[in-house]
Design a binder for this molecule. Structure first.
Ligand SMILES: Nc1ncnc2c1ncn2[C@@H]1O[C@H](COP(=O)(O)OP(=O)(O)OP(=O)(O)O)[C@@H](O)[C@H]1O
Length: 564
């Protein structure tokens, strides 16, 4: 059973070592199209690389005044241009398509993992960080795959094939060109790579912090306005923004190291002209070979520079991928294990907590060895002072938190063994603050398992005698509620939570101060109506109000995390 006190958290700057290897299982599904794309790219690159020898061939024919060979050279060149044009486009399209599919899979996987992640995991992270990892990181990666990956494959292939072609013409000259250019190039790219991972990781983490502060402030804008603390939010945002700027400056400093490559390129070309010219004058190589070397070396330098530049951009993609894979790995345990068959979970049953202990922070236990039993058909109040652990116990009873020690069983089955989709039909918790999403009232009421239709929704509204309330809204069930349900009062949002519960009609219903914002008469009426929907239900009501507690025949009192 996963241990909640050690709920795994995300690393701000996860190590990028072995990232691409770790991503391979996700890419494996697309290996067919990737192989086809790389093959197409290789053939088209070969056509590009062979253009320099074609020009060299034509040049030697020209020097020898051989018209026939000149025509062959020109024809060869034209043929290569056509082949390259036809293949390159298709290679790019295939590679982009494979990349986009890979990114789409990762995005869907990230959403699935986050949807199934334990509540404690979500609570332990800033929403901005999760947002950045599942949207920004993936968008950046998609950008790299669409724009840079085809170029990278082409540049690597060009470099290798050009080097081979040069060696076949003159191994000595090829060695000079490759040696003079490559050695300092390797030194520079090493110098760059040494700090690139940290620089890109630092920038991504700093950006995630900016997003987190912004989204949190936006969500808390009402509180900030009420308490007059918008200035402190602005100051915090400025501080984060300054750190972000520092991280970008550092990144630019590291990236600038690559600009030295242009200098080496110029120096190598000068050395090549000098040495090749000297060999040609001595008659050891033809003028055509000099032309081949000048043209192909330019190709080689350009493609090698491109490789270094693209690899630098790939560092940032590697960081994006590492942060995303870190999220996927850490949330893997949240995915349903389906240990118990959904159909094997009875429709009714006892809810029993046995020896339950729980801590949010290691070594600070908030619930100690709690054992309670709720039998079908009973109504129990859960009372206790603020901070005594009522809401925590409610979340454990619902299976939203997993206890550090002890078990919670529904109908004899450990709730952690019940598939989440089934558990949500059997045990429902209605919180004090009901979340409303953008859409109509009907859309919001239907946010329960089994996708209820409009008639089911209307029936649940009637069952709680709330038809009058719905009819008073501007468009009844079709009333738009705004992006966060701004158009509703706090009590009205609670009505939504209660109607959702009536739609599921679960075996265990836990109301966590779920009627605290509703006027007492309506609250009492709804609680009684909900209770009457099912005679064999376990109803647990967390309440502060004496009037609510008095209505309930049984009472469990908590004091500092213990049942008293
Ligand atoms: N996310 C959290 N991280 C760390 N500690 C928490 C967290 N949520 C609650 N706690 C702590 O756990 C203890 C129990 O909190 P809980 O919300 O269960 O109490 P409660 O009885 O429901 O309080 P109230 O009547 O105010 O709703 C408190 O000491 C609280 O500070």
């Amino acid at each position: 059973m996963p241990d909640n006190s050690t709920v795994q958290t995300l690393e701000p700057k996860p190590s990028t070592a072995g990232t691409f290897r770790a991503a391979w299982p996700y890419l494996r599904a697309h290996r067919g199209i990737v192989t086809a794309a790389v093959l197409l790219s290789l053939v088209s690159t070969f056509a590009v690389v062979m253009m320099a020898p074609a020009v060299g061939f034509a040049t030697d024919a020209l020097v020898d005044r051989d018209g026939q060979r000149l025509w062959v050279g020109v024809g060869l060149f034209a043929g290569l241009v056509v082949v390259r044009m036809l293949l390159l486009r298709n290679a790019e399209i295939a590679l982009t398509r494979a990349g986009e599919r890979f990114v789409r899979d990762l995005r869907e996987r990230a959403i699935r993992h986050l949807a199934a992640a334990p509540l404690r995991f979500i609570e332990a992270h800033r929403s901005g960080d999760l947002l950045r990892r599942t949207t920004g990181e993936i968008t950046d990666m998609a950008g790299f795959i669409r724009q840079d990956l085809p170029d990278l494959v082409g540049a690597v292939a060009t470099s290798v094939l050009t080097a081979i072609v040069l060696c076949t013409y003159s191994p000595l000259l090829a060695l000079v060109v490759i040696g003079v250019f490559t050695v300092p190039m390797v030194v520079i790219s090493r110098w760059f790579s040494k700090d690139a991972g940290d620089a890109y990781g630092g920038e991504a983490a700093a950006e995630a912090t900016v997003v987190a502060t912004f989204t949190e402030g936006l969500a808390a804008r009402e509180m900030l306005l009420q308490t007059g603390s918008t200035d402190s939010w602005i100051k915090r945002a400025q501080r984060d923004s300054d750190s972000f700027l520092d991280s970008v400056r550092n990144l630019v400093r590291v990236e600038n190291r690559l600009h030295l490559v242009a200098l080496i390129e110029g120096l190598t070309m000068a050395a090549l002209l000098l040495f090749a010219g000297w060999l040609a004058v001595r008659g050891e190589i033809t003028v055509g070979t000099v032309v081949v070397f000048v043209l192909a070396s330019r190709n080689l330098f350009e493609s090698l520079t491109q490789v270094v530049e693209l690899v630098s951009r790939m560092q940032s993609t590697r960081v994006n991928l590492a942060r995303l894979l870190n999220l996927l790995n850490v949330t893997r345990t949240g995915l349903p294990s389906a240990r118990a068959e959904g159909s094997a979970v009875p429709l009714r049953g006892e809810l029993v907590a046995h020896g339950v202990s729980y801590s949010y922070v290691p070594n600070v236990e908030v619930l100690h060895d709690i054992s309670v039993r709720f039998t079908p058909g009973t109504r129990t109040g859960l009372a206790g002072r603020t901070g005594s652990g009522k809401s925590t116990l409610a979340k454990i009873l619902t299976g939203l938190y997993v206890p550090d020690r002890g078990t919670v069983r529904f109908a004899g089955l450990d709730v952690t063994d019940i598939p989440v989709s089934v558990l949500r039909r059997r045990i429902v918790l209605v919180p004090q603050q009901v979340h409303v999403v953008a859409g109509t009232l009907a859309d919001n009421l239907a946010l329960v398992p089994d996708d209820p239709g409009r008639s089911d929704v209307a029936r649940a509204v009637s069952a709680l005698s709330l038809d009058g309330w719905v009819a008073r809204l501007p468009n009844g069930l079709d009333t738009e509620l705004g992006s966060r349900g701004e158009s509703l009062s706090a009590g009205e949002r609670q009505l939504i939570g209660l109607i959702r519960a009536a739609l599921v009609d679960p075996a265990v219903l836990i109301l966590d101060e779920a009627t605290a914002d509703i006027d007492p008469e309506t609250a009492a009426r709804i609680e009684i109506a909900l209770d009457r929907l099912r005679s064999d239900r376990v109803l647990i009501v967390i309440a502060h109000r004496e009037a609510t507690i008095e209505r309930l025949p049984t009472l469990v009192r908590l004091n500092e995390g213990r049942v008293v």
